[in-house]
Design a protein around this ligand. Sequence first.
Ligand SMILES: CSCCC(=O)C(=O)COP(=O)(O)O
Ligand SMILES: [Zn+2]
Length: 209
Amino acid sequence: MSLLAKRWKELAEVKAELAGRDWFLATSGNLSIKVTDDPLTFLVTASGKDKRKQTDEDFLLVDASGNPVEKTQLKPSAETLLHVEIYKRTNAGCSLHVHTVDNNVISELYGDDGEVVFSHQEIIKAFGIWEEDAAIRIPIIRNYAHIPTLAQEFAKHVNGDAGAVLIRNHGITVWGKDAFEAKKFLEAWEFLFSYHVKLLLLKGAKAFA
Ligand SMILES: CSCCC(=O)C(=O)COP(=O)(O)O
Ligand SMILES: [Zn+2]
């Protein structure tokens, strides 16, 4: 199997798993996986598709500027520039972006603070942090409609081979060294968001009881 075919299969498998979680509502979300380093090429989801469906046109290969490597009818994700920033600045091998109700609610609740911090959660170990009182933070940036501006703002928070950024009332972008790691981080973040939203709701309900 060629490297391209191998990477395609890996990304297709992650896409199917995230689809199984219903994390691609209303054509939202985009995914990418690095194929070569020099020159940089990566597979990215085609724009505007229902990512819950599996087809031969789910991904296309793009270059370091996010442009298709070969002539194609497909359009790379509208947010390809964010994936470009990750591969240009780090050694990450995979980047995943999803919109969920929980990540949107958290981004709005803490958007004015520019970040949200979680602590005292066993799942933080999924990020490779094993201390007793571990805390983990995720930056929250404004959702600029102009994608080059969004990518510029996003890039300020891309400074490691693994990381995550919340875009306010939009979604989360997570990256890691490979598809396995990126998916693990994404699931851990979504666990933290979902837990936090439910806890706040139940605390509110309890206060009125
Ligand atoms: C309907 S969601 C708006 C676009 C978006 O934020 C997204 O994640 C999907 O865009 P793409 O071009 O990657 O399909
Ligand atoms: Zn999006």
